[in-house]
Design a protein around this ligand. Structure first.
Ligand SMILES: NC(=O)c1ccc[n+]([C@@H]2O[C@H](COP(=O)([O-])OP(=O)(O)OC[C@H]3O[C@@H](n4cnc5c(N)ncnc54)[C@H](O)[C@@H]3O)[C@@H](O)[C@H]2O)c1
Ligand SMILES: O=P(O)(O)OC[C@H](O)CO
Length: 424
C-alpha cells in the first residue's frame, strides 16, 4: 500500500448510547460486550449519555454517573446488574456524542425532541443511528416514526430496533429475540466491494433488492436520492460513510447487537417495526385493565387479537401498503412484543394495579416505577388526538376505549360493548 494511504476499514466505529434508563442501560451493556468482542469493527469504549441526577449510595448523596463509573451499576434504573467496565457514563450530551459514528437513541419518547435539538450540528455528519424508542411522533400535520424524525432532524440515516424485550430479563441474560429494521441508502453498503455479502431473500421483510444490487456495485454519489421500503424519499442529503470505516450495513449492526442471549433478526420494514413497538403499549394497557378487573386469560387474549388487528390497520392506513403485515404477525417486533407486553410489561402491570386499587395509571407510575416512564399512556393520548382530528376514532374502538378509560370517560366494564363495534 502506498505510504499515507489508509487501507479499507482502517478506522473503527465509536458508539454512543443516548439514554440510560431501564432499557437504555440494558442495551448499553449488550453493545459494550460486543464492542469488546469485535475490536476490528468498533472502538472498545462505549459512551452512555446519562440524564444526571443525584442518588443515595452507601449513605451518601452522589451523582448517578459517578456511581455508574465507579461501581459499574446503574443503581436507579437497572439495579443489581453488573455493567461492562468499557461502558462510560457521561453527563454531557455533546461530549458523549462527539466523534461517534453510531448513535443509539434509547430514552422515553417525550424527551427526544429536546435531545436532538441539543446535538444538532454537533455530530459526525456521516453518523448512522438506531432508535430503540417505542412511541410515535404525532404533530398537527400527522404521525411519523421517531427513526424518521431523528434522521431528518439530524441529517443522518436512522433505523429502528424493537422486539419482545422486557429489559430486566435481557439484563439477566435470559434468552430473547429482537428485530432491527435498517433500510439505508445504497451508498452505505456499496462503497466496499471487498466485503463478502450473503444473498438476501427478496421478501419485503428482508433487505431490498435495491440493497442487494447496491452491495455488488459502486453507486455514484450523484444517485444518492433514496426511497425507503414505503417509497418515502428522505428529506436529507446523506453524507456517505468514508471507505476507511467498516460499512454500516445489516451485518455490522447485527454484530453490534447480537448476543448469545439476545438474538437479532435484520429486516427493512422500519415503519412496521417502529409501529409495532409504539402501538402495542396501548394494547398492553387494555390487557392490564381487563386483568385487573379479574376477567382472566380469555379476555386478555381477546384484547391481544383486537389490538393486533388495529395495529395492522393503523400501519396500512397511515404508512401505506409497503408496511409488511408480516412484521406484525411474524417478527419479534410484532406479535411477540404484544404477547410479552400484555403478560409482564410495565404498561400492563401499572394498568392492572390501577384497576385493582381504583386509582389512575399515572398515580401507579409515579409511586411504583422509581422514575421509569410508561410510554402507553402518552401514546394512547397522541394516537387518539391524531384519529380524532380525522374523525376516525370509531374505526379503532380498542385504541379509543383505552384513551377514554384513561380520561375517565369510560370504565373497564364498557370494553366488551365498545370493541363489539369492531366485529359489527
Ligand atoms: N424498559 C423496558 O423493558 C423497555 C424495553 C424495550 C423498549 N423500551 C423502550 O425504550 C425507551 C426507553 O425506555 P427506558 O426503559 O430505558 O427508560 P425508563 O422508563 O427507565 O425512563 C427513565 C429514563 O428517562 C430519563 N429521564 C428522566 N427525565 C429526563 C429528562 N428530562 N430528559 C431526558 N431524560 C430523562 C432518566 O434519566 C432515565 O434514563 C422507551 O421508549 C421504552 O418504551 C423499554
Ligand atoms: O415495560 P413496557 O410496558 O414499557 O414494555 C417493555 C418492552 O417494550 C416489552 O417488549
Amino acid at each position: 500500500m502506498a505510504p499515507g494511504l489508509l487501507s479499507v476499514n482502517d478506522r473503527k466505529h465509536k458508539v454512543t448510547v443516548i439514554g440510560s434508563g431501564n432499557w437504555g442501560s440494558t442495551i448499553s451493556k449488550i453493545i459494550a460486550e460486543n464492542t469488546k468482542a469485535h475490536p476490528n469493527l468498533f472502538e472498545e469504549e462505549v459512551q452512555m449519555w446519562v440524564y444526571e441526577e443525584e442518588v443515595e449510595y452507601e449513605g451518601q448523596t452522589q451523582k448517578l454517573t459517578t456511581v455508574i463509573n465507579n461501581h459499574h451499576e446503574n443503581i436507579k434504573y437497572l439495579p443489581k446488574v453488573k455493567l461492562p467496565t468499557n461502558l462510560v457514563a457521561n453527563p454531557s450530551l455533546e461530549d458523549a456524542v462527539s466523534n461517534s459514528t453510531i448513535l443509539i437513541f434509547n430514552l422515553p419518547h417525550q424527551f427526544i425532541h429536546r435531545i436532538c435539538s441539543q446535538i444538532k450540528g454537533k455530530i459526525v455528519p456521516f453518523a448512522r443511528g438506531i432508535s430503540c424508542i417505542k412511541g410515535v411522533n404525532v404533530t398537527d400535520e400527522g404521525v411519523s416514526l421517531f427513526s424518521e424524525w431523528i434522521g431528518d432532524d439530524l441529517g443522518i440515516y436512522c433505523g429502528a430496533l424493537s422486539g419482545a424485550n422486557i429489559a430486566s430479563e435481557i439484563a439477566a441474560e435470559k434468552w430473547s429475540e429482537t428485530t432491527i429494521a435498517y433500510d439505508p441508502p445504497p451508498m452505505d453498503s456499496s462503497r466496499n466491494p471487498s466485503r463478502v455479502t450473503t444473498p438476501r431473500s427478496a421478501t419485503p421483510n428482508r433487505a431490498t433488492s435495491q440493497q442487494n444490487a447496491a452491495e455488488l456495485s459502486i453507486t455514484p454519489l450523484a444517485n444518492m436520492q433514496h426511497k425507503d421500503a414505503r417509497g418515502r424519499t428522505s428529506k436529507t442529503k446523506l453524507t456517505p460513510v468514508p471507505p476507511e470505516f467498516p460499512p454500516l450495513d445489516h451485518e455490522t449492526f447485527k454484530t453490534l447487537f447480537h448476543r448469545p442471549y439476545f438474538h437479532v433478526r435484520m429486516v427493512s420494514d422500519v415503519a412496521g417495526v417502529s409501529l409495532g413497538g409504539a402501538l402495542k403499549n396501548i394494547v398492553a394497557l387494555a390487557a392490564g385493565f381487563v386483568d385487573g378487573r379479574g376477567w382472566g386469560d380469555n379476555a386478555k387474549a381477546a384484547i391481544m387479537r383486537l389490538g393486533l388487528l388495529e395495529m395492522v390497520k393503523f400501519g396500512k392506513e397511515f404508512f401505506g401498503e409497503t408496511v409488511s403485515t408480516g412484521t406484525f404477525t411474524e417478527e419479534s417486533a410484532g406479535v411477540a412484543d404484544l404477547i410479552t407486553s400484555c403478560s409482564g410489561g410495565r404498561n400492563f402491570r401499572c394498568a392492572k394495579k390501577a384497576v385493582e386499587r381504583g386509582i389512575s395509571v399515572q398515580e401507579v407510575e409515579q409511586t411504583e416505577l422509581n422514575g421509569q416512564k410508561l410510554q402507553g399512556t402518552s401514546t394512547a393520548v397522541e394516537v387518539n388526538s391524531f384519529l380524532k382530528r380525522r374523525d376516525l376514532e370509531h374505526d379503532y374502538p380498542l385504541f379509543t376505549a383505552v384513551f377514554n378509560i384513561l380520561e375517565g370517560n369510560n370504565t373497564v366494564d364498557d370494553i366488551p360493548e365498545l370493541v363489539a363495534k369492531a366485529d359489527a
